[in-house]
Design a protein around this ligand. Structure first.
Ligand code: NDP
Length: 328
């Protein structure tokens, strides 16, 4: 496993990591979580991503119980959580990054995770109603109290992140250091567009999500929605239109010979493609079973096989025109 600095921070994160969205609690109990986390840890994974809202807090409980049973040295791994949607419907308890919610949120998450601190804490979405200054101060306090070590944003706009950084600089507060954007072969826009400025000017890190577009890029949806997949879970019907989109299915089919050419599976190709981007600090993978962890962790071996010719073939599948090529 290779490790990359989280942006300009001194923190090193395994280039492949594991997240618990959808899987922990819904598909994976504590024993299965221990197996998935152990398989990943054995490959050198040091980062486990979570969020307060995942499975209504139960995902944190499962990860906390698994970590407790595993008894790993605390210094050997990183855990994150995120806040925005909340767990309750009260007026100050959902869709907010106000000070009250963030402080109450971190206390609840640490209790469920059975940890003294999380390594990373994210603002899961921007809050258009709370002044960014209030959020920055609350995140600063959470760090000063030792309840989290670094903080970041998820799916914030470029201007919102810059505002947060500038407020922190003005008041000498802990700045956000990392963004968590979606990034995969089908969703490249933001990471390759708006955010480029952050890596260059601010050294902002990125922990990217859904590298397989919820499993779609593995090719498992080519013959319809398999019974044992995320797509057939109750509550995830909203994914169906994406998982059965004919245009996207054709693109995945066209990717198959490219994967074969480098001796990779489709999943490995899709993950290696994310790893190829030097601005990605870590690719957060998801797995509902241990075999997927084994397959996915081997994807790093294929990064060097993604030559400019292979990258061009991949771009051609998705109709991506390189800058300059479409200039008149
Ligand atoms: P992926 O797009 O990689 O999807 C993971 C799912 O794909 C697995 O649960 C499994 O589902 C299937 N899969 C994984 N590997 C394989 C394989 N080799 N072959 C076939 N199927 C495979 O990632 P996620 O969408 O799970 O996102 C990863 C993490 O990113 C999350 O856990 C979370 O931590 C983070 N995230 C953050 C968000 C944010 O807003 N900040 C939003 C979403 C995710 P199946 O059960 O069908 O087998």
């Amino acid at each position: 496993m290779k490790y990359r600095h989280l942006g300009k921070t001194g923190l090193q994160v395994s280039e492949l990591s594991i997240g618990s969205w959808v899987t922990f609690k819904n598909q994976v109990d504590v024993d299965a979580a221990m197996k998935i986390m152990t398989a990943a840890y054995d490959y050198g994974v040091n980062f486990f991503d979570n969020a307060e809202v995942y499975a209504g807090g139960k995902s944190e409980e499962v990860m906390g119980a698994a970590l407790k049973k595993l008894g790993w040295r605390r210094g050997s791994y990183l855990v994150s959580t995120k806040f925005y949607w909340g767990l309750n419907d009260g007026v100050n308890e959902k869709n907010t990054l106000n000070r009250k919610r963030l402080i109450e949120g971190i206390h609840g998450s640490l209790e469920r995770l059975q940890l003294d601190y999380v390594d990373l804490v994210y603002c899961h979405r921007p809050d258009k109603t709370t002044p960014i200054e209030e959020t920055v101060w609350a995140m600063h306090n959470i760090i000063e109290w030792g309840k989290a070590l670094y903080w970041g944003t998820s799916e914030w706009s470029a201007s919102e992140i810059i505002e947060a950084i500038q407020i922190a600089e003005r008041h000498h507060l802990h700045k956000p250091v990392v963004e968590q954007p979606q990034y995969n072969l089908l969703e490249r826009g933001r990471l390759e567009g708006d955010y480029v400025r952050f890596y260059k000017e601010y050294g902002y890190g990125t922990t990217t999500w859904s590298p397989l577009a919820s499993g779609f890029l593995s090719g498992k949806y080519q013959g319809g929605i398999p019974k044992d997949s995320r797509g057939s879970l109750k509550g995830y019907e909203w994914l169906h239109s994406r998982l059965t989109d004919q245009e996207r299915l054709k693109q995945v089919a066209a990717l198959e010979p490219v994967a074969k050419e480098i001796g990779a599976t489709l999943s490995q190709l899709a993950l290696a493609w994310c790893l190829k981007n030097p601005f990605v600090s870590t690719v957060i993978t998801g797995a509902s079973r241990v075999e997927q962890v084994h397959e996915n962790m081997k994807s790093a071996e294929f990064v060097e096989k993604l030559t400019p010719e292979i990258m061009d073939k991949i771009d051609a599948v998705f109709g991506v025109v390189k800058k300059g090529e479409d200039d008149d």
